[in-house]
Design a protein around this ligand. Structure first.
Ligand code: SAM
Length: 237
């Protein structure tokens, strides 16, 4: 196990600045947070490193992957809510899915929706290595039609949303009937690096409006954590 994997990076590792982290934390405090939490395991560390290297070569955007400390929290939450069935919208190279899958029981299942065959090919390789590929089904295509095609019944214990920000409101609306009562939905990037206070583009505006709508929606119990780029927890009442 590697504790605070970027505290002692191998020569091939990307520079620390490439590693996603909570935007409110200094690099030193981010390192402290990681060293004071459960470690990322070697497959997680390799996936973080490989994605950072792809970003350094300009092959993928450099800011997409969730922060390591968020992955560790999501793995813990998945186990803590006793999730057996989960869904992810926005998989990329597979780090968040790996964390969720590791928190599921062996016979648990995670459905991943993403439109990129190329980026998710990296994910599949690491899921295999981690021994969780059997728990994960990946559907390639536009996420909203894929989600709408699922039966509108309470099938999921946990959901994670990390795709196009202007689509979040529709994803949450479609997830509501598909998540069991007491189930949890996690929404990534709900602080937009702080720009929800002064939206600069469509994505910022979409999240600012959704945050306000969710805070007033009695169907969900809502908590916005200032972790990483903002992680909203919704519990279905
Ligand atoms: C921020 S990345 C996800 C990062 C991932 N959760 C992780 O931790 O590595 C967003 C992903 O959403 C996918 N995506 C964006 N809009 C989408 C859509 N409308 N339908 C399906 N996938 C979409 C992109 O292909 C990309 O892989």
């Amino acid at each position: 196990m590697i504790r605070g994997y970027d505290a002692d990076p191998p020569a091939s590792a990307a520079p620390r600045a490439m590693t996603p982290r909570s935007f409110l934390l200094t690099p030193e405090l981010a390192e402290y947070v990681r060293a004071s939490s459960d470690p990322v395991d070697p497959v997680m560390a390799d996936l973080i490193r490989e994605t950072a290297e792809m970003a350094a070569r300009g092959e993928v955007p450099g800011t997409m992957q969730i922060a390591p400390e968020q992955g560790v929290l999501m793995r813990l939450l998945t186990t803590a809510v006793g999730a057996r069935t989960a869904i992810e919208i926005g998989t990329f190279t597979g780090f968040s899915a790996l964390c969720i899958a590791q928190g599921l029981p062996e016979d648990g299942s995670l459905l991943c929706l993403d439109r990129s065959e190329e980026w998710t090919a990296v994910a599949r390789r690491h899921w295999e290595r981690a021994g969780v590929a059997g728990r994960i089904e990946l559907r390639i295509g536009d996420a909203l039609p894929s989600l709408r095609a699922l039966p509108a019944e309470e099938a999921f214990d946990l959901a994670f949303v990390d795709a196009d920000k202007t689509g979040y409101a529709a994803y949450v609306a479609e997830l509501h009937p598909r998540v069991r009562r007491g189930g949890v939905v996690l929404l990534d990037n709900t602080l937009r690096s702080g720009r929800v206070l002064d939206p600069q583009d469509e994505s910022d505006r979409a999240l600012a409006e959704l945050n306000a709508a969710l805070a007033a929606d009695p169907r969900w119990e809502t908590a916005l954590l200032p972790l990483a780029d903002g992680l909203t927890l919704l519990r279905k009442r």
